[in-house]
Write a protein that binds this ligand. Structure first.
Ligand code: HEM
Length: 155
């Protein structure tokens, strides 16, 4: 019973993560298509709560994942001996680190846009660099999430 609840929460977390990534792609695509800087700032503000779903989803995955391990009766040496789990945890922490890093960069990009709007054109090149790398981050996160899902299904 407890395991069923824990795995149910695990599935909810997956839903939240997929929402965050798909929402991120959709809004970021509109951001990239827009040539109006004020409009771009609005898109970035919309992206913020969508991006926040990422760490919330990852937190749920970690807590419910530990729950799954406990209710399945895993001891710490079982965790190390399970290759699928070690690979999954490695990719999980990679997603977490990349997510935190891109969250910080996204905040910085909003500041750069605000500076451009207030007349400081010097920050334009730096903003363009941020734009390019943000899409790459989203693609990397998608690949990692799919790899984690695959490794969870194929043990
Ligand atoms: C993005 C992160 C994660 C995703 C997408 C994910 C995905 C999944 C999926 C789809 C399953 C169901 C597999 C099945 O029904 O057989 C599962 C089960 C499980 N997950 Fe995760 N997971 C993630 C993170 C974690 C973490 C961080 C842990 C450990 C701390 C964890 C531990 C487990 C365990 C123990 C099971 C049960 C395996 C079993 O029933 O044999 N997961 N996960």
């Amino acid at each position: 019973m407890y395991y069923s609840i824990s795995i149910f929460i695990h599935y909810l977390g997956i839903g939240i993560l997929i929402t965050s990534i798909l929402g991120g792609f959709i809004v970021h695509n509109s951001y990239r298509k827009s040539s109006n800087i004020t409009e771009q700032l609005i898109f970035l503000k919309i992206l913020r709560p969508i991006g926040l779903l990422g760490p919330i989803g990852l937190g749920i995955m970690l807590i419910s994942g530990i729950g799954n391990l406990m209710f399945l009766g895993f001891a710490s040496q079982d965790v190390i001996s399970q290759r699928w789990l070690m690979e999954k945890l490695f990719m999980f922490f990679l997603v977490l680190i990349i997510g935190l890093y891109s969250g910080i960069r996204s905040k910085k990009r909003a500041t750069l846009i605000e500076q451009i709007i207030s007349g400081n054109e010097n920050t334009k090149i730096e903003k363009q660099k941020f734009d390019k790398i943000s899409n790459t981050f989203l693609i990397i996160q998608t690949i990692l999430l799919l790899a984690i899902l695959f490794r969870s299904a194929v043990k």
